[in-house]
Design a binder for this molecule. Sequence first.
Ligand code: SF4
Length: 189
Amino acid sequence: DSKAVIPIESLDSLSIKSFPLCMRQLHEFLRSTHHLKHGGRLQYGLFLKGIGVTLEDSLKFWREEFTKVMDLDKFEKQYSYNVRYNYGKEGSKKNYSPFNCLKIINNNVGPGECHGCPFKHSDANVLKNKLKGYGFEQQALHDVVDLAKRGHYQIACSKYFDVVHSSNIGLGINHPNQYFEESQKLLKG
Ligand code: SF4
């Protein structure tokens, strides 16, 4: 297919405008700690492949972050395999699909990990503070957190989409990559 290539230089701004919260928080966590545990690398790595980041760019992206906290040799030995694996270049060479919401929501997320769906896995106060930090107004913040608390994770995500895009679409969301595509469609008109 003729999907556009997404340059890694645009990931910071895309994470704000067009990533669902599950991916935005992984991106921010990676940028601030220069590391993600396995579950996060898998969830975020496959998402990036899905939006159109090439294997070469992915390797560069992860390498640049990880080598801020480890030497290049360690990265190449322990982590570049993972990145290539996500692109079906190692192991069974399967072309792995990015995870859908159901899979992400049903994932186990342990302490110190930041994958999963924040509407399911984040503590309500953590979620509240995060959205406040993003500039959400009181009512919007309350609506999203309340939906999440009541177990309506994907509807909370849909509300998040509308707040971020100043829209009122009420999109049915079942996949982070679908979220991304809908956002790009909307922003590009
Ligand atoms: Fe990500 Fe889906 Fe959760 Fe939205 S509902 S944050 S897209 S896992």
